[in-house]
Write a protein that binds this ligand. Structure first.
Ligand SMILES: O=C(O)CCC(=O)C(=O)O
Length: 275
């Protein structure tokens, strides 16, 4: 187990205090109705809302240190699949084979007292996200690995075009690659009359006008409707890995991912259960 302990004086602050200290409250007051209603309007129109500088530089640096210390525990996978995240040879129109390669740290790898978990477990942050999404209720995921996870992408890694299986994704950009690693998004293309042709054109690289790069500078909180928007992370170039934290929520309590997804993304199942 890598040594992730801090060697400074014991921290007597509460998890909520740590979470609130990590948020740039001068820019984003979490109960400010004008911020959350603007975010909601953006989500409705564009399917994405980017909040730059949501996390302070100090908190980003602190989380990056924790991620770096934990990287030996990350699970590397290279799944092959189609854009709908089903088997590449499925019956879908776009049964093209795409591939991903990345490493992932799971929720249970992170220090319960650390900055990242404190942020995810903070109700003020949860309700801020809920209001940005225009929802009456929001619950943290019950997945012991996927509730909060960090993707680590190194030189040559890629996350190809896909739609998500969840209604929304909440991410925090932590560290950018030297080049590549752009989050490219063809917003709201699923569920329209001609979506098959648009999906095919984006996959062929023939619909650049539909694709936007969302700026993910470290500290950015991004809310994103990934079920309707096809998106990818372009190949990473250079020796600096790209780190992104993914915070999972659902409108229903107790939502968990499948065993198949856990095995593919984290390489294991919760203790005591057999694969
Ligand atoms: O790493 C990212 O920025 C995006 C991850 C992603 O595409 C997803 O979780 O669906």
């Amino acid at each position: 187990m890598p040594d992730t302990t801090r060697h400074s004086a014991p921290d007597s602050s509460t998890p909520r205090q740590r979470a609130l200290a990590a948020v740039n409250l001068a820019r984003y007051r979490l109960n400010d109705e004008s911020i959350t209603s603007r975010a909601f309007a953006e989500m409705r129109t564009n399917g994405v809302c980017v909040l730059p500088g949501f996390i302070t530089n100090e908190a980003v640096a602190d989380i990056v240190r924790e991620v770096e210390a934990l990287t030996p525990l990350a699970h590397r996978s290279a799944p092959r699949r189609n854009p709908y995240l089903t088997a590449a040879n499925g019956a879908n129109t776009h049964a093209v084979e795409l591939h991903d390669s990345l490493e992932v740290l799971a929720y249970d790898h992170f220090d319960p007292e650390g900055t990242l978990r404190s942020l995810y477990e903070c109700d003020d942050v949860l309700h801020f996200v809920r209001r940005c999404l225009g929802l009456d209720v929001l619950h943290r995921y019950a997945d012991p690995f996927g509730a909060l996870n960090v993707s680590i992408m190194r030189d040559g890694d890629v996350l190809d075009w896909h739609f998500d299986m969840t209604d929304f994704v909440v991410s925090i950009a932590l560290q950018s690659a030297e080049s590549g690693g752009d989050f490219e998004n063809a917003a709201n293309i699923r569920g329209n009359d001609n979506d098959d042709q648009v999906v095919a054109a984006v996959l062929r690289g023939d619909a650049q006008e539909r694709v936007r790069i969302e700026p993910m500078t470290p500290g950015t909180l991004m809310l994103f409707n990934g079920r309707r928007s096809m998106h990818r992370v372009t190949p990473i170039k250079g020796m600096t890995p790209r780190f992104v934290a993914l915070l999972a929520y659902d409108t229903k309590p107790g939502t968990d991912s499948t065993d198949a997804l856990k095995l593919s993304r984290y390489g294991r199942l919760p203790s005591g259960r057999l694969a």
